[in-house]
Design a protein around this ligand. Structure first.
Ligand SMILES: [Zn+2]
Ligand SMILES: [Zn+2]
Length: 260
C-alpha cells in the first residue's frame, strides 16, 4: 500500500493566520501544514481518501488530481469535512455503474453531512450538486470500502468518541487525546502507525508529543509518523531530528510505502 499525506496540520493550518512566529514565517515547505488528510492507495490500486478538510481542493491539485474511489471520515469537525463539496468533479466523473461517491462515517458524521450539505440530498436536486452514498460505520465493526477491509477503532477526542482506522498493516489515528485499551490492543502488530501530536504542551482534546510517543512505544510499530501538528510543534528541521529512531514528523506531500 501507499499513503500520501495530503495535509499534516491542525485545524488552523500552519502558517496560522496573523501569526509571525518562526515556524509560521519558515521558508521550509515542510513547515507549511494544510489541514490533516491522507490518501491511501490499496494493493489493488484503489484510492481511499481519509477525511476531506477545507484544503482538499489544493491538496488534490498538488497530488495531480488522483482518482478517489471512496471517502472514509474520522469525525465531523470542520477541519476534517469542510472540503466535501469540492468532491463535485469526482462525483460527476462517476458512471451510473459506479453509483454515487461512497462515504463512510459514524452516525454523527452522517447527520453532520446532511446538516452541512442539505442541497445534496432529497428530490429535485439543483443540477450539478455532488451526490453521495452515505454508509454508517461503528467502531469495532469491519466494513469494506472500495474493495478494502477497514476496521474503525474507537478513539477519544476530548469528550467525543471518534474513529481511527486499521487497514492492513496501517493504523491511522488523528484527533486523539486518549486511546481506550481495546483500541491500543487492536493496533499491536501493525507495521506503520500514523498518530496525532499537536504540540509540546498538553491539550484537552489532542495528544501532545510526549503522549504520542508513549502510545508509539506501547504499540511498537516498525515506523511511526506524526500528524495534525500546530506551529507549537516547532520547526520541522529541529523537532524531527530530536525524535526516537523510527519516528518522524510527516509533512504535506510525503508518500510512504506500507507493506500489504
Ligand atoms: Zn477534531
Ligand atoms: Zn482535527
Amino acid at each position: 500500500m501507499k499513503l500520501r499525506f495530503l495535509g499534516t496540520g491542525t485545524s488552523t493550518g500552519v502558517p496560522a493566520l496573523l501569526c509571525d512566529c518562526p515556524v509560521c514565517r519558515s521558508d521550509d515547505p515542510r513547515d507549511r501544514r494544510s489541514r490533516t488528510s491522507a490518501l491511501l492507495t490499496t494493493p489493488d490500486g484503489k484510492n481511499l481518501l481519509i477525511d476531506c478538510g477545507p484544503d482538499f481542493r489544493t491538496q488534490a491539485l498538488d497530488a495531480h488530481s488522483p482518482k478517489i474511489d471512496a471517502l472514509i471520515i474520522t469525525h465531523h469537525h470542520y477541519d476534517h469535512v469542510g472540503g466535501i463539496d469540492d468532491l463535485r468533479p469526482y462525483c460527476h466523473h462517476r458512471t451510473s455503474a459506479d453509483g454515487d461517491m461512497p462515504v463512510y462515517g459514524s452516525r454523527d458524521v452522517i447527520d453532520d453531512i446532511h446538516r452541512r450539505l442539505p442541497y445534496c440530498f432529497g428530490d429535485n436536486l439543483y443540477p450539478g450538486v455532488p451526490t453521495f452514498d452515505l454508509h454508517e460505520i461503528i467502531p469495532g465493526k469491519q466494513f469494506t470500502a472500495a474493495g478494502t477491509k477497514v476496521m474503525p477503532i474507537a478513539v477519544r477526542h476530548g469528550e467525543a468518541t471518534i474513529c481511527g482506522f486499521h487497514i492492513g498493516s496501517l493504523g491511522y489515528i488523528t484527533d486523539c487525546s486518549t486511546l481506550p485499551d481495546e483500541s491500543l490492543t487492536a493496533l499491536h502488530g501493525i507495521d506503520t502507525l500514523v498518530i496525532n501530536a499537536l504540540r509540546m504542551k498538553p491539550h484537552r482534546s489532542h495528544m501532545n508529543l510526549e503522549q504520542a510517543l508513549t502510545v508509539i512505544r506501547d504499540v511498537n510499530p516498525r515506523r511511526a509518523w506524526l500528524i495534525h501538528m500546530s506551529h507549537d510543534i516547532g520547526l520541522h528541521s529541529q523537532t524531527d531530528i530530536s525524535l526516537p529512531q523510527g519516528v518522524n514528523l510527516a509533512y504535506d506531500g510525503l508518500v510512504i510505502e506500507i507493506p500489504d
